[in-house]
Ligand binder design. Structure first.
Ligand SMILES: [Fe+2]
Length: 250
């Protein structure tokens, strides 16, 4: 009997130790994945997680279902929760997201990181589609040719900006204040609307690729270039064209 109790107590200790280790690992993983990657319940529902227009597995094999699920339901949700908590009860509650972005230097880093996180991811989901890929048409195709010489040249420049963004961030296709197209990059969750971005890199983003490791590491590990190459297969050029026309009209 004494031996049985000793065995049971040792098993219990081992189980507690394993649980403790797992929690520590989870905490470290969330810390690695960005601010509060573990989504939590939020009571300030000023902004809510936008539904995707497609299923989590719809972009496979280019972007895997697990990455999409975690990226959307945990990372994006966490940015929204933190952003809502930061602006609740402040004048920012009544400002548009774009207005907050354009005057981001006046706000806290919490607002910058999480408001940017919400804006950037909402755009990212919209410019992808299981029916994506191919080539742009019409005015956007002509503007890309004019700005970059060819679609291939544009893709190379966009790819280079995604690859050279050190650490976490984004590569963008923007419409600048003159209505011209440019490729830019921003660190962390900054974006080209923000007034902290250099003047010649500011504009309205119409296409963006998330080069945070949480966007590709499960499937591509450290092969960011393969992920960006695969991204072209799911780009929703119709949505990008629509954003281009809206940017020109604004
Ligand atoms: Fe992301």
């Amino acid at each position: 009997m004494k031996n049985l109790l000793t065995t049971l107590s040792m098993a219990l200790c081992a189980a507690l130790l394993l649980t403790s280790c797992q929690e520590a690992t989870d905490t470290q993983r969330d810390a690695d994945n960005g601010p509060n990657a573990q989504a939590v319940a939020d009571n300030n529902e000023i902004y809510t997680l936008p539904d995707l227009a497609y299923d989590y597995d719809a972009l496979e094999p280019h972007i895997d279902a697990k990455t999409m699920e975690i990226h959307h339901s945990r990372h994006h949700q966490a940015y929204i929760n933190n952003f809502n908590d930061a602006i609740a009860g402040t004048p920012l509650e009544n400002m548009s997201l774009e207005e907050i972005m354009k005057n981001i230097s006046e706000h806290s880093m919490t607002v910058r990181n999480n408001g940017g996180g919400h804006y950037n991811h909402a755009l990212f989901w919209e410019v992808m589609s299981p029916d994506g890929g191919g080539e742009p048409e019409g005015d956007l195709a002509a503007a890309i040719d004019e700005a970059f010489g060819s679609l291939e040249n544009f893709k190379e420049e966009f790819h280079r900006h995604g690859m050279t963004q050190f650490g976490s961030g984004w590569a963008w296709l923007i419409v600048d204040e003159n209505g011209d197209l440019k490729v830019t990059q921003t660190p962390n969750q900054d974006n080209p609307l923000m007034d902290v971005v250099p003047d010649d890199e500011r504009g309205t983003p119409i296409l963006g690729v998330d080069v945070w490791e949480h966007g590709y590491y499960l499937h591509y590990q450290n092969r960011r270039g393969d992920y960006i190459n695969a991204f072209w297969n799911v780009v929703n050029w119709d949505a990008v064209s629509e954003k281009y026309q809206q940017a020109l009209a604004s």
